[in-house]
Design a protein around this ligand. Structure first.
Ligand code: G6P
Ligand code: ZN
Length: 546
């Protein structure tokens, strides 16, 4: 049967500029006729070379995932793409998709996800486009896609019925091969090359109490393959491990607020040695030890300091990178161990050139993202395995012991992020302006015991290709001691969100185990004096502190 290519007239939508990580909107925006199709066609029109090539497609399983995948397949077939690799049941975690793109040298991939944003008919949906090599499309490309989306007049699709995504194997759609894969095998094979599975197996077998919470999202099947099938842990280590289209009605963001039950069990009631959680599409992670939460910046620093116990980085690392607002705990490790440290704008895509060039091997962000050069996305389960590998290499030491040891060597960067969500766009801008206008006068000024040594609006020149990113957040720096950072979120779907990041280094032994809030409250007061956030927005509390 020869299916017909249909050309369907359309008119542009004016809001298809991608944010920090893909095009993310409310589900009902994506349900508008032609909305998703216009975006996909804009990608196809802007990014040549898809003919005779491979495309990887999958998503986090949220509501609308299945509908969107069938649309993508029908359009890919009309485009003349030779082969599409699709995750079984339409599921691919973001890092597993990146791995498949790399493994099959695919020309690109689509991941359907709005990350940790809630799902369901009233929730969010999203689409991320990745290029050859497995990293998200760079800004030059997303700008071109946006320009195309403003001028689009038609798109093409093959007139075919939906195909069954539940059966692993090959099928044809017009002239295109559709290969449905169980990506948990490929992904777990990759993890076995990175970590010492024998050592982790022994740890898990030694009475070590561990739990992993998939938050009803995509990592459940991957976690089962890794922890239960390959590492021999009982099924009971898995929590919420069956992906649901509404993520069980929850907010699959692994932090102390949205994974509160797990945090209560491990941090407050101290019932387990170690626990972790991941987000909707499997790229974020949260690490908990008996009695403590490991902040993402600390987790990155500890992993970077200890890669030699992990087979994937047995020879150490050439360099590491963090996004600008992420704590400088990593820099302290780099300085002492003598590897390169890079500071990039928020967004994983800024790490990719450095990873490709071999300049960095480990990187991470305050937004609960950690990863390495094994793929070109952050990777939640990779971080969990890195911690298990580290714990296995230090028999008898707890997470708390490892942290104390780390802080004793490098000092402790106390850290908090205060989010002010759902602000009016003009209020958020006014707060940014209030601080921006003072930046040039701040150096030399004293605030309590702190003196400003530098203050600027962060701009980045990529050391590999010279591309520039401006307006990446405001920073007020008090030497190596403290920092205040203020930036506008690039991932929200309603209103504007401001993020205020506070960081303070303490190095004396007696200062290593203070309550974070106690250390950072004076800095929060200084920040508020500088940007007048409370007065301008009328909010006396952040909506969320992580
Ligand atoms: C996504 C990206 C991350 C980034 C985060 C920042 O999760 O994948 O790389 O750090 O967004 O989001 P924000 O809302 O702060 O712009
Ligand atoms: Zn995510």
């Amino acid at each position: 049967m020869n299916a017909a290519v249909q050309t369907i007239s359309s008119t542009p939508f004016d809001d298809q500029q991608v944010g920090t990580a893909g095009l993310r909107k409310q589900v009902r925006v994506f349900q508008q006729p032609h909305y998703l199709e216009n975006f996909i066609q804009s990608v196809f029109d802007t990014h040549p070379g898809f003919e005779d090539s491979t495309l990887v497609v999958g998503g986090d399983g949220r509501y609308h995932n299945d509908v969107a995948i069938q649309t993508l397949l029908a359009m890919a077939a009309a485009r003349g793409i030779a082969r599409v690799i699709v995750g079984k049941n339409g599921l691919l975690s973001t890092p597993a998709a990146s791995h498949l793109i790399r493994k099959h040298d695919a020309h690109g991939g689509f991941v359907l996800s709005a990350s940790h944003n809630p799902a369901g008919p009233d929730g969010d949906f999203g689409i991320k486009f990745s290029v050859r090599g497995g990293g998200q499309a760079p800004s030059t490309l997303t700008d071109a896609i946006y320009a195309r989306s403003r001028a689009i007049t038609a798109y093409q699709r093959l007139d075919v019925p939906p195909i069954d995504l539940g059966q692993v194997g090959e099928t044809r759609l017009g002239g295109m091969t559709v290969q449905i894969v169980d990506s948990t095998q490929d992904y777990a094979d990759l993890m076995e090359t990175q970590f010492d599975f024998d050592a982790i197996r022994s740890l898990l077998d030694s009475g070590f109490q561990f739990a992993f919470d998939a938050m009803h999202a995509v990592t459940g099947p991957y976690a089962r393959e890794l922890f239960v099938h390959r590492l021999g842990a009982p099924e009971s280590v898995l929590r919420n491990a069956v992906p649901q289209s509404d993520f069980g009605g929850g907010h699959p963001d692994p932090n102390l607020v949205y994974a509160a039950e797990l945090a209560d069990e491990v941090v407050t009631r101290q019932a387990l040695d170690f626990a972790a959680a991941s987000d909707g599409d499997g790229d974020r992670n949260m690490i908990l030890g008996r009695g403590l939460f490991v902040s993402p910046g600390d987790s990155l620093a500890v992993i970077a300091a200890n890669t030699r116990c992990m087979p994937g980085h047995r020879d150490g690392i050439a360099g590491a990178a963090r996004s600008m607002p992420t704590s400088r705990a990593l820099d302290a490790v780099a300085a002492r161990q003598g590897f390169e440290a890079h500071e990039t704008p928020t967004g994983w895509k800024f790490f990719c050139n450095l990873l490709d060039a071999g300049r960095i091997h480990v990187c991470g962000e305050e937004s609960f993202g950690t990863g390495s050069d094994h793929v070109r996305e952050k990777d939640g389960l990779w971080a969990v395995l890195a911690w298990l590998n580290l714990l296995a290499s230090r028999p008898g030491q707890s997470v708390a012991d490892i942290m104390l040891d780390h802080w004793s060597t490098y000092g402790r960067h106390y850290y908090e992020r205060h989010d002010y969500e759902g602000l009016k766009a003009e209020d958020a801008e006014a707060v940014m302006d209030a601080l921006r206008q003072q930046l040039s006068q701040l150096p030399g000024q004293q605030f309590d015991a702190l003196t400003v040594t530098a203050a600027d609006e962060f701009a980045y020149v990529d050391p590999i290709d010279g591309s520039q990113a401006k307006g990446q957040g405001l920073r007020v720096i008090f030497g190596d001691t403290a920092r205040i950072v203020l930036r506008k979120s690039g991932t929200g779907t309603s209103g504007a969100t401001l993020r205020l990041y506070l960081e303070w280094l303490r190095e004396d032994q007696w200062e290593l185990r203070l309550p974070t809030q106690e250390v950072l409250t004076p800095l929060a007061l200084i920040a508020d004096r500088l940007c007048r956030l409370k007065v301008i927005t009328g909010r006396d509390q952040p909506s969320l502190v992580t």
